[in-house]
Ligand binder design. Structure first.
Ligand SMILES: [Zn+2]
Ligand SMILES: [Zn+2]
Length: 358
């Protein structure tokens, strides 16, 4: 069987005719396999949804219990037969519950990675490279300028800043699914035991991570309305969705040090544009080197690039004798981390302009 007989691009996203299902569909479909809970991949309104138990739980929190008609749990590493294909979910290391999906049919193996990263993350199971013929990859940070430093070093910068400015609060913009919990877990690993305050929009996902076995320590919602009191949160770390750092909500905090945890913080212009005083380069996506390494490790001879900076990665692949093509999948990448790229100057030119900076 040819790979394009197994997976084909439709307006709703990647579709598997012999298995009769879509992967991470962009619009409602009868049967969807979902790689992870970010809103650009996990949309409500499908008939049947097959995903890991964590992803199903995240979807229920974000989209409501009735996010689909029927749910089926995929157990990591356990193969299932769907129509004429076999599918197996494997960990992707991106956020809690995130999975790659292996599809096997007629001797051909295709892995759709969803979003992934290779850097250790205490909140989710590490990515496992799987041998395949076709590897479908994202390319959110698919330019050589993107090199993510160890997240622990970035978190150490945050802790050092809190120690240096005890009279100031530290307001950290972080995406509410994955990044926020990872930051908390890394802060705890580094010995920061103090209460960590969160914006109300993060409350339910924080609680869900705890329920699903990811310990986050003393997490407190920033009180609002009559309960707000006079606390200015001096010396405290407060996590909030990136947009909230600019909102009225943030005015109550004592002379805040504004931080933002994102792979985009590697581009200094981004940090300046957002008025970020303390950029923290922490990403839940693979950087350039990890994208290339992963492609090699899968042994795939053909690479499909779903979204992000596809051109540079496709070029890199063809230079190594691999067959590669961009899928130009519009609709992905407006989650969370990738969203920071939108409505700002093109990444490629901005990053290129800075590629000489140390
Ligand atoms: Zn994602
Ligand atoms: Zn994505």
């Amino acid at each position: 069987m040819r790979p394009t007989d197994i997976l084909t691009l439709t307006p709703a996203g990647l579709y598997c005719p012999p298995g009769d299902f879509h992967i991470d569909p962009l619009r409602p479909v009868p049967r969807a396999l979902i790689t992870h809970g970010h809103s650009d991949h996990a949309r409500p309104g499908h008939g049947a949804v097959l995903a890991t138990s964590e992803t199903l739980a995240i979807m229920a929190v974000r989209c409501g219990e009735g996010f689909c008609a029927t749910q089926q749990t995929a157990v990591l590493g356990e193969s299932m037969r769907l129509g004429d294909v076999t599918v197996t979910f494997y960990p992707a290391g991106h956020v809690l519950g995130s999975a790659q999906i292996l599809i096997e049919a007629g001797g051909c193996r295709i892995v759709n990675s969803g979003d992934y990263k290779r850097e250790p993350d205490p909140t989710c199971i590490p990515f496992q490279p799987k041998a395949c013929d076709v590897f479908i990859t994202e390319a959110t940070f698919g330019l050589p300028v993107f090199r993510h430093p160890p997240a622990r070093d970035e978190v150490a910068k945050l802790i050092a800043s809190v120690a240096l400015f005890p009279e100031r609060s530290h307001l950290v913009g972080a995406y509410s699914l994955g990044k926020a919990q990872r930051l908390v877990a890394l802060l705890r690993e580094a010995g920061h035991d103090a209460p960590i305050y969160i914006h109300g929009a993060m409350e339910r996902l924080m609680a869900l991570y705890e329920t699903l076995g990811v310990p986050l320590g003393d997490i407190r919602k920033v009180p609002t309305g009559k309960e707000a009191g006079r606390s200015t949160f001096a010396g405290s770390i407060i996590l909030c969705p990136p947009s909230a750092t600019q909102e009225i909500w943030s005015r109550r905090f004592a002379d805040p040090v504004t931080a933002f945890a994102s792979g985009w913080m590697r581009v200094r212009a981004r940090a300046r544009q957002r008025g970020v005083e303390l950029p923290l380069v922490v990403s839940d996506h693979a950087d350039w080197e990890d994208l290339c390494t992963t492609i090699c490790e899968t042994g795939a001879s053909e690479i499909w690039v779903t979204h992000g900076e596809a051109d540079a990665l496709v070029h890199w692949c063809t230079g190594r004798g691999l067959k590669a093509k961009p899928l130009h999948m519009l609709g992905y990448g407006d989650d969370e981390e990738a969203a920071a790229a939108e409505s700002e100057a093109p990444v490629a030119s901005q990053a290129a302009a800075e590629s000489e900076t140390p």
